[in-house]
Design a protein around this ligand. Sequence first.
Ligand code: ADP
Length: 185
Amino acid sequence: MKNIVIFGAPGAGKGTQSEFIVQRYGLTHISTGDLLRKEIADRTELGLRIKSIMDSGSLVSDDIVVEMIDKAIAADTQGILFDGFPRNVKQAEILDQLLAKHGRAITCMVRLDVPKEELIQRMLLRAKVSGRSDDNEETIRHRLVEYEEKTLPVASYYEKQGKELLIDGTGSIEDISKRIIDAIS
Ligand code: ADP
Protein backbone atom coordinates (compact mmCIF):
# COMPACT_ATOMS: atom_id res chain seq x y z
CA MET A 1 0.00 0.00 0.00
CA LYS A 2 1.42 3.35 -1.06
CA ASN A 3 1.23 6.44 1.14
CA ILE A 4 2.58 9.42 -0.76
CA VAL A 5 3.12 13.06 0.13
CA ILE A 6 2.88 15.59 -2.70
CA PHE A 7 4.95 18.62 -1.87
CA GLY A 8 5.61 22.02 -3.41
CA ALA A 9 5.04 25.74 -3.07
CA PRO A 10 1.58 27.22 -3.55
CA GLY A 11 1.06 27.29 -7.31
CA ALA A 12 3.44 24.39 -7.97
CA GLY A 13 0.65 22.25 -9.40
CA LYS A 14 -0.02 19.90 -6.49
CA GLY A 15 -3.77 19.80 -7.09
CA THR A 16 -3.47 18.95 -10.78
CA GLN A 17 -0.85 16.25 -10.32
CA SER A 18 -2.65 14.88 -7.25
CA GLU A 19 -5.67 14.02 -9.39
CA PHE A 20 -3.41 12.13 -11.74
CA ILE A 21 -1.50 10.27 -9.00
CA VAL A 22 -4.62 9.10 -7.12
CA GLN A 23 -6.08 7.68 -10.35
CA ARG A 24 -2.85 6.00 -11.38
CA TYR A 25 -2.20 4.30 -8.03
CA GLY A 26 -5.75 3.97 -6.68
CA LEU A 27 -5.16 6.19 -3.66
CA THR A 28 -7.44 8.27 -1.46
CA HIS A 29 -6.83 11.99 -2.02
CA ILE A 30 -6.61 13.94 1.23
CA SER A 31 -6.18 17.68 0.68
CA THR A 32 -6.18 19.63 3.94
CA GLY A 33 -6.86 22.85 1.98
CA ASP A 34 -9.99 21.29 0.42
CA LEU A 35 -11.15 19.91 3.78
CA LEU A 36 -10.70 23.32 5.42
CA ARG A 37 -12.47 25.15 2.58
CA LYS A 38 -15.37 22.72 2.96
CA GLU A 39 -15.68 23.62 6.65
CA ILE A 40 -15.89 27.28 5.64
CA ALA A 41 -18.41 26.63 2.86
CA ASP A 42 -20.57 24.59 5.26
CA ARG A 43 -20.33 27.40 7.85
CA THR A 44 -19.40 24.99 10.62
CA GLU A 45 -18.10 26.28 13.93
CA LEU A 46 -14.59 25.33 12.85
CA GLY A 47 -15.13 27.01 9.48
CA LEU A 48 -16.04 30.29 11.13
CA ARG A 49 -12.94 30.13 13.32
CA ILE A 50 -10.49 29.53 10.48
CA LYS A 51 -11.87 31.75 7.71
CA SER A 52 -9.89 34.91 8.53
CA ILE A 53 -6.67 32.92 9.08
CA MET A 54 -6.96 31.23 5.70
CA ASP A 55 -7.94 34.47 3.97
CA SER A 56 -4.74 36.07 5.27
CA GLY A 57 -2.62 33.22 3.87
CA SER A 58 -1.34 32.05 7.28
CA LEU A 59 -1.36 28.43 8.35
CA VAL A 60 -4.14 27.23 10.64
CA SER A 61 -3.13 25.53 13.88
CA ASP A 62 -1.61 22.05 13.79
CA ASP A 63 -4.30 20.59 16.10
CA ILE A 64 -7.03 21.30 13.56
CA VAL A 65 -5.36 19.65 10.59
CA VAL A 66 -3.89 16.80 12.63
CA GLU A 67 -7.35 15.78 13.80
CA MET A 68 -8.57 15.73 10.19
CA ILE A 69 -5.61 13.62 9.10
CA ASP A 70 -6.00 11.21 12.01
CA LYS A 71 -9.62 10.53 11.01
CA ALA A 72 -8.73 10.16 7.34
CA ILE A 73 -6.02 7.59 8.05
CA ALA A 74 -8.29 5.58 10.33
CA ALA A 75 -10.99 5.49 7.63
CA ASP A 76 -8.72 4.54 4.73
CA THR A 77 -7.88 1.07 3.43
CA GLN A 78 -6.27 1.72 0.05
CA GLY A 79 -3.37 4.13 0.66
CA ILE A 80 -3.38 7.92 0.79
CA LEU A 81 -2.01 10.83 -1.19
CA PHE A 82 -1.40 13.66 1.28
CA ASP A 83 -1.80 17.06 -0.40
CA GLY A 84 -1.13 20.24 1.59
CA PHE A 85 0.04 18.21 4.58
CA PRO A 86 2.52 18.10 6.29
CA ARG A 87 3.02 21.87 6.19
CA ASN A 88 5.74 22.07 8.85
CA VAL A 89 8.21 19.68 10.49
CA LYS A 90 5.99 19.14 13.54
CA GLN A 91 3.18 17.95 11.26
CA ALA A 92 5.62 15.64 9.44
CA GLU A 93 6.65 14.03 12.73
CA ILE A 94 3.04 13.62 13.81
CA LEU A 95 2.15 12.09 10.43
CA ASP A 96 4.82 9.41 10.89
CA GLN A 97 3.41 8.58 14.34
CA LEU A 98 -0.20 8.44 13.11
CA LEU A 99 0.72 6.14 10.23
CA ALA A 100 2.83 3.93 12.51
CA LYS A 101 -0.23 3.36 14.74
CA HIS A 102 -1.77 1.61 11.71
CA GLY A 103 1.42 -0.21 10.72
CA ARG A 104 1.89 2.16 7.78
CA ALA A 105 4.61 4.57 6.66
CA ILE A 106 5.27 7.21 4.01
CA THR A 107 6.46 5.54 0.80
CA CYS A 108 7.86 8.67 -0.84
CA MET A 109 7.50 12.42 -1.11
CA VAL A 110 6.98 13.85 -4.60
CA ARG A 111 8.37 17.38 -4.69
CA LEU A 112 7.35 19.64 -7.56
CA ASP A 113 10.11 22.13 -8.25
CA VAL A 114 9.02 25.42 -9.89
CA PRO A 115 10.96 28.73 -9.95
CA LYS A 116 9.48 31.45 -7.74
CA GLU A 117 8.78 33.89 -10.60
CA GLU A 118 6.72 31.27 -12.37
CA LEU A 119 4.82 30.43 -9.16
CA ILE A 120 3.70 34.02 -8.75
CA GLN A 121 2.67 34.27 -12.41
CA ARG A 122 0.68 31.03 -12.22
CA MET A 123 -1.11 32.08 -9.04
CA LEU A 124 -2.05 35.50 -10.35
CA LEU A 125 -3.48 33.81 -13.43
CA ARG A 126 -5.37 31.28 -11.27
CA ALA A 127 -6.69 34.13 -9.11
CA LYS A 128 -8.72 35.34 -12.06
CA VAL A 129 -10.65 32.08 -12.33
CA SER A 130 -10.43 30.22 -9.01
CA GLY A 131 -12.79 32.38 -6.96
CA ARG A 132 -10.63 31.49 -3.96
CA SER A 133 -10.59 34.33 -1.45
CA ASP A 134 -6.89 33.73 -0.72
CA ASP A 135 -5.86 34.16 -4.37
CA ASN A 136 -4.88 37.84 -4.46
CA GLU A 137 -1.43 39.34 -4.75
CA GLU A 138 -0.94 40.30 -1.11
CA THR A 139 -2.08 36.95 0.22
CA ILE A 140 -0.12 35.09 -2.43
CA ARG A 141 3.09 36.78 -1.25
CA HIS A 142 2.29 35.92 2.35
CA ARG A 143 1.59 32.29 1.46
CA LEU A 144 4.99 32.10 -0.23
CA VAL A 145 6.68 33.48 2.90
CA GLU A 146 4.83 30.93 5.07
CA TYR A 147 5.97 28.26 2.64
CA GLU A 148 9.62 29.29 2.71
CA GLU A 149 9.78 29.70 6.48
CA LYS A 150 7.67 26.81 7.73
CA THR A 151 7.07 24.33 4.93
CA LEU A 152 10.37 24.13 3.06
CA PRO A 153 12.14 22.43 6.03
CA VAL A 154 9.73 19.52 5.51
CA ALA A 155 11.61 18.74 2.27
CA SER A 156 14.86 18.13 4.19
CA TYR A 157 12.95 15.99 6.68
CA TYR A 158 12.06 13.53 3.88
CA GLU A 159 15.34 13.98 2.02
CA LYS A 160 17.23 12.79 5.11
CA GLN A 161 15.06 9.67 5.11
CA GLY A 162 15.90 9.08 1.44
CA LYS A 163 12.24 9.56 0.50
CA GLU A 164 12.36 12.75 -1.55
CA LEU A 165 11.67 12.51 -5.30
CA LEU A 166 12.57 15.88 -6.81
CA ILE A 167 10.53 16.53 -9.97
CA ASP A 168 10.91 19.36 -12.48
CA GLY A 169 7.49 21.00 -12.19
CA THR A 170 7.75 23.08 -15.36
CA GLY A 171 6.51 22.16 -18.84
CA SER A 172 3.27 20.50 -19.87
CA ILE A 173 0.97 18.77 -17.36
CA GLU A 174 1.49 15.45 -19.20
CA ASP A 175 5.27 15.74 -19.14
CA ILE A 176 5.24 16.40 -15.41
CA SER A 177 2.91 13.44 -14.79
CA LYS A 178 5.27 11.23 -16.77
CA ARG A 179 8.27 12.38 -14.72
CA ILE A 180 6.34 11.55 -11.56
CA ILE A 181 5.52 7.98 -12.65
CA ASP A 182 9.10 7.39 -13.73
CA ALA A 183 10.38 8.60 -10.37
CA ILE A 184 7.90 6.56 -8.32
CA SER A 185 8.62 3.35 -10.20
P1 ADP B 1 -2.00 26.37 -1.59
O1 ADP B 1 -0.95 25.33 -1.40
O2 ADP B 1 -2.36 26.58 -3.01
O3 ADP B 1 -1.69 27.66 -0.89
P2 ADP B 1 -3.97 24.85 0.04
O4 ADP B 1 -5.33 24.59 -0.48
O5 ADP B 1 -3.09 23.68 0.25
O6 ADP B 1 -3.35 25.92 -0.95
O7 ADP B 1 -4.08 25.64 1.45
C1 ADP B 1 -4.83 26.82 1.58
C2 ADP B 1 -4.75 27.31 3.04
O8 ADP B 1 -5.28 26.30 3.92
C3 ADP B 1 -3.35 27.60 3.58
O9 ADP B 1 -2.90 28.88 3.22
C4 ADP B 1 -3.59 27.42 5.08
O10 ADP B 1 -4.21 28.56 5.65
C5 ADP B 1 -4.56 26.29 5.16
N1 ADP B 1 -3.90 24.95 5.29
C6 ADP B 1 -3.97 23.93 4.39
N2 ADP B 1 -3.28 22.86 4.84
C7 ADP B 1 -2.75 23.21 6.03
C8 ADP B 1 -1.91 22.55 6.98
N3 ADP B 1 -1.46 21.29 6.78
N4 ADP B 1 -1.55 23.21 8.11
C9 ADP B 1 -1.98 24.46 8.32
N5 ADP B 1 -2.75 25.15 7.47
C10 ADP B 1 -3.14 24.55 6.33
